[in-house]
Structures are given as C-alpha cells and as structure tokens.
Design a protein around this ligand. Structure first.
Ligand code: 13P
Length: 333
C-alpha cells in the first residue's frame, strides 16, 4: 500500500460515526499514580494484566475505533498470549502509539514547558510500525495564568507538534496532534477560550508551514472550561464556548476532533461531549480520546485482582457505550 493509501485507510478507520479513541498510553509514572489510587503496585505484570483485560472486553470495537498504547504495551502479549496489537486488530480497533518523550521546563520562559522527542523519531516510528502501530500521538501542554503561556511557549510547542506530524505522515502514520491547555488554576472560562484560540491558531499555522495534510490528521484538544479551582460551567456553556473557539481556529478539512478528558470526571466528560454534539452541524466529527474518563471505573473495579476481570471489562464497556451515545448527542444520564 502507498503511504497515501495507508494514511487514508487509517483515518477512515479511526474517524467513524459513533466511535472514539481510548487513550491507554500512560507513562510509567502516570500509570503508577493511577494504580496507587486503587492500591495496586505498578509492576510490568500488573500493567499487562490490567491493559490486557480492558482491551479484550468483548465488543469494545463497537464503540472504540483506536487505542493509543504506551511503548511497553505495544510489545506485550495479552493474558491469552496474543500480541496486543493483534488483539486490537481482532477487535476491529486500530493500534496507535504515544511517541513524545514527555515535557521539561522551557528555558528562559519561567512556568512554561516544552515537549521532547523529535530526535530519532523516524527510527522509532519504523519500529512501532513494524510492531503494528498505524497512528501516533504527541502531547504538548500549556499552563494558564494571567501571563502564561508566553508567546515563546505557544510558538515553540506548535513548531514541535508540526514537525512531529510531518515525520508521521511521511511514514504513513496518522498523527494525533494534542495541544492540551491545562485545566489547573483559577482562571475564567473566557481566559481559557482566549488561550485555546491563540494556541490552536498557532498550531494550525505551524502545521501549514510544515505542509501537513489536514485531511489525514486528528486534533486532540482540551475543552474550553473554567479552571479547576472555579465553580464548574454547565455542559451547555462548555459546549458553546468550545464550539465558538473551534469554529474560529480549526480548518474544516480536519476530519476529527477527539477531545481529551483532562481531569474531568467520567460523567462530566460524557455530559460535555454530549452537549458539544448537540450544538448543531459542524464541519468535523466531534469525538473523544479519553484516558481517565474512560478508565477510572474499570481501574476501580479491577483493583489488582484477576477475578475482577469481568467487572473491569463491564465498567470499561459502559463508559465506552455512554461516550458513543454522546457522539450522537443522545446520552441521557
Ligand atoms: P485524559 O483523557 O486522562 O486527559 O488523557 C488523555 C491523554 O491521552 C492525555 O495525553
């Protein structure tokens, strides 16, 4: 298959009506934090058991079109000794891989951060592709305060995302472009909208500069909400503010916008997505690429015990099914 055919086929498989993406690509420190919350030690075997359980939930592919994996999981076998990428393909789900190497402070920009991982990215993608990955994810983060993020952080991170996306597309891998505007803080929803618009405009400028084919990428953004320390906005308010920003800054050629959950509760994330999909017809598919909001109940149900596997799978399927309903705007609590 040509590179272009690979990109086109993968984007069609990922952006399907009623389906979304499961982010199961927590780095070692992050999964350790999630496991600690349910009193489980993060060992390689525990990670394999948990991820194998949720990814083999029967019928997961009815609601989930793609799963983002962490490098370790891409090379692991399921509990039935099937390579995880093969297990996903057998569920009708596209395997993907997180490829950024995390973030560090941005020099000369106090409070801002920059994401690393471009060096050797083509060599790593070659290995991941041979292991079965067909799409990738790179996450940038932007902190909000009265003065953050700086212009420098917005431009530097946008440039990184665009260069990552260019390498991916040159190798037939669909890039998920994730600029996350963090929910931490006491900022207003208006301030979040202002920062989100500035970030998105810069990201798409950089994507254009680097010749990215918008038709074969996915945008993974945060929703426009007030800061975590403020009273919550209603789903309708979140939907209205989010759609307004996106209509201003995301070209219609982008096929899918798959939101991250970014610290929203599972219920909130579903309600907000449902409201977003109730705002009328938009140029893009509006879907999910949730980590915590899809997995939290499954992690609680599992709690490190294999015999809780069926309960964990049921919890996983439930969140996937409800978010699938939210894709149609037909979710009722
Ligand atoms: P959350 O939905 O938990 O924010 O995770 C999504 C993700 O992949 C962040 O990179």
């Amino acid at each position: 298959m040509s590179i272009q055919d690979e990109l086109t086929t993968t984007i069609q498989d990922l952006v399907q009506p009623g389906k979304g993406i499961l982010a199961a690509d927590e780095s070692h420190p992050t999964i350790a934090k999630r496991f600690k919350a349910v009193d489980v030690e993060s060992t390689e075997e525990n990670r394999r058991e948990y991820r194998s359980l949720i990814l083999s939930a029967p019928g997961l592919g009815d609601f989930i079109s793609g799963v983002i994996l962490f490098e370790e999981t891409l090379g692991q076998n399921s509990l039935d000794e099937v390579p995880i990428p093969k297990l996903l393909e057998s569920q009708g789900i596209v395997p993907g891989i997180k490829v950024d190497k995390g973030k560090k402070p941005l020099i000369n920009a106090p409070g801002d951060e920059i994401t690393f991982g471009l060096d050797g990215l083509d060599d790593r993608l070659e290995i991941y592709k041979n292991a079965g990955a067909r799409f990738a994810k790179w996450r940038d983060v932007f902190h909000i305060s009265d003065t953050l993020p700086s212009r420098q952080a917005i431009e530097a991170n946008a440039e990184m995302l665009a260069r990552y996306a260019a390498v991916c597309q040159s190798m037939g891998i669909v890039p998920i472009v994730e600029p996350e505007v963090l929910i931490d803080g006491n900022h207003s929803m208006e301030r979040c909208a202002q920062v989100s618009e500035a970030v998105l405009r810069e990201v798409f400028l950089a994507l254009y500069r680097h010749g990215i084919e918008l038709e074969t990428m996915i945008l993974k953004p945060s929703m426009v909400t007030p800061g975590k320390e403020c009273p919550k906005a209603s789903p309708e308010e979140v939907a209205e503010a989010t759609i307004k920003v996106f209509r201003r800054s995301v070209p219609a050629a982008v096929p899918g916008i798959n939101f991250l959950s970014g610290g929203q509760t599972p219920e909130e994330a579903t309600l907000n997505l449902n409201a977003i999909n109730s705002e009328g017809v938009q140029p893009w598919e509006l879907s999910f690429s949730y980590g915590r909001a899809l997995q939290e109940p499954a992690q609680k149900a599992w709690a490190g015990h294999l015999e809780n596997g069926p309960a964990a799978q049921e919890a996983m399927l439930k969140r996937a099914r409800l978010n699938s309903a939210a894709r149609w705007g037909t979710y009722t609590p």
